[in-house]
Design a protein around this ligand. Structure first.
Ligand code: GLN
Length: 474
């Protein structure tokens, strides 16, 4: 049998089922690997001595999984990698965690992230930055950088992340793994600490599309605890693990291949388009004319919602309390000392956009442009089945390269943000490597609730390519 860490999640589950592997041994082997490698990688915030699981069963029983530090696991610390939550213990399970437990997966620990998911590099964490497993001088992307780095480094076969503007896909791209953001409403957000409630979505990070389909089957579905969760039937995503993609129409938007896109990324993405063409998919050039406004619109809407969601961290209801002479001072000191710089920047930006006098000029205007962006997608999807773009304009950038320049950091999400504004499902997967051996990712965006076509295309692509099989040398 292959080395345990080279097995896919589904292979591990099968080996456990037929008695070739023992569940306990799988857990302790991954835990030992984390103990060995993660002192330099810093992808985990905590690992559990014993797995969190229940006796339920599924086709993934026994597979270890890591969850981002903003998803509640009952009885365990949840901090969103923020000082303000440093002493917080989750009092209930997120719906996704309940589902993982019922499916018999072994939750192994929580992963590092940008504080409250604000960022694209996992440098904004109170635990220090996570590194990129392909090159320790580079960032792993963010905000789910810990989850993507852990799966990239094979410290866990699976991880969950959350994606508000690209936080699953961009780190998956930088770490050479598959990162899937389902349709808004497909996966319950109950138990996910809210960043921007109209954009947030939990999704899986895996090394390949087979694992991705099996894991989506477990975490998707309606939930009475989340009023935005959809009742549209999920179906069985593993039925899409089928190589036939003939006549699927793939739209390629002109606007995503212009200025700022680095040459090696452009070339690798064009090569991926060729691969799909050879498999008889139809490639059609399309327009998404409002693309240039996406970043501006996103930062107004996401920061506005964040400023409102973060009000609860006041040292009284939630968060570490700084005692002071008056109630107002308790609030201000607790928030002053508890939040990091980027969280404060978002609170300022969002509070300003929502304040009377500016509300119509910024927040309402942003909502109107969000609608135009959504209409671009509706129109495009009347002609094509999916949209293909680069995931990020560059491969992983250097540690510290953008941390003093928030605007250039914000621009690294330029290709991922629109899918959140439109509520559409989207996935990033590896399609090449730079000369320096850094992964390059390609993104597919689907129609709302059509995760199935993304899985079919991704599976078919991985059937005839090897990029997803490369493992960093650590
Ligand atoms: N990088 C984006 C931001 O900083 C997206 C983050 C996310 O998806 N959580 O807001």
């Amino acid at each position: 049998m292959k080395d345990l860490f080279n097995l896919t999640g589904v292979e591990i589950a099968k080996a456990i089922k037929n008695g070739d592997l023992k569940e306990e041994a799988v857990y302790s082997s991954f835990k030992a690997r984390i103990d060995k490698i993660d002192s330099s990688l810093n992808s985990f915030v905590q690992t559990y001595e014993k797995p969190v699981k229940s006796e339920g069963e599924s086709r993934l029983s026994g597979v270890p999984i890591a969850v981002k530090d903003n998803i509640c696991v009952k009885g365990k610390a949840i901090t969103c990698s923020s000082k303000i939550l440093s002493s917080h213990i989750a009092v209930y399970d997120a719906t996704v965690v309940k589902k993982l437990k019922q499916a018999g997966l072994q939750i192994i620990g929580t992963t590092n992230m940008d504080e409250f998911a604000f960022g694209s590099s996992t440098e904004n964490s109170c635990y220090g930055a996570t590194k990129n497993p392909w090159d320790y001088t580079k960032v792993p992307g963010g905000s789910s950088g810990g989850s993507a780095a852990a799966v990239g480094a094979r410290l866990a076969p699976f991880a969950l992340g959350s994606d508000t503007g690209g936080s699953i896909r961009q780190p998956a791209c930088f770490c050479g793994v598959v990162g899937f953001k389902p349709t808004y409403g497909r996966v319950s957000r109950y138990g996910l600490v809210a960043f921007a409630s109209s954009l947030d979505q939990i999704g899986p990070i895996t090394t390949n599309f087979v694992d991705c389909a099996y894991l989506l089957n477990i975490i998707c579905g309606a939930d009475d605890f989340d009023s935005t969760s959809s009742r549209i039937s999920t179906g069985d995503f593993t039925k899409e693990l089928n190589d036939d993609i003939e006549n699927i129409k793939i739209g390629v938007p002109r606007q995503y291949f212009s200025e700022g896109l680095m040459l090696p990324v452009k070339e690798a993405v064009e090569e991926a388009i060729n691969t799909f063409r050879k498999k008889k998919a139809k490639i059609i050039e399309i327009d998404l004319p409002h693309t240039e406004y996406a970043v501006a619109v996103y930062y107004i809407i996401a920061s506005s919602e964040a400023s409102s969601n973060l009000q609860r961290f006041d040292g009284i209801k939630y968060g570490v309390r700084q005692n002071a002479a008056s109630l107002k001072e308790v609030y201000t000191h607790s928030r002053q000392q508890g939040f990091g710089e980027e969280a404060k920047r978002r609170i300022f930006l969002g509070t300003h956009s929502l304040s009377s006098g500016y509300y119509d000029a910024y927040y309402v205007k942003a909502l109107k442009v969000r609608r135009l962006i959504k209409q671009d997608f509706d129109k495009a999807f009347s002609e094509v089945d999916v949209i293909l773009t680069p995931t990020s304009p560059t491969p992983a950038f250097g540690m510290g390269a953008k941390s003093q320049d928030p605007l250039s950091m914000y621009l690294s999400d330029i290709y991922t943000i629109s899918a959140n504004l439109a509520g559409a499902p989207a996935v990033s997967f590896p399609c090449g490597f730079t000369k320096d051996n850094l992964p390059i990712g390609v993104q597919l965006i689907g129609k709302e609730f059509d995760e199935a076509t993304l899985i079919r295309l991704g599976f078919s692509y991985q059937n005839c390519t090897e990029f997803h099989k490369r493992i960093p040398n650590i």
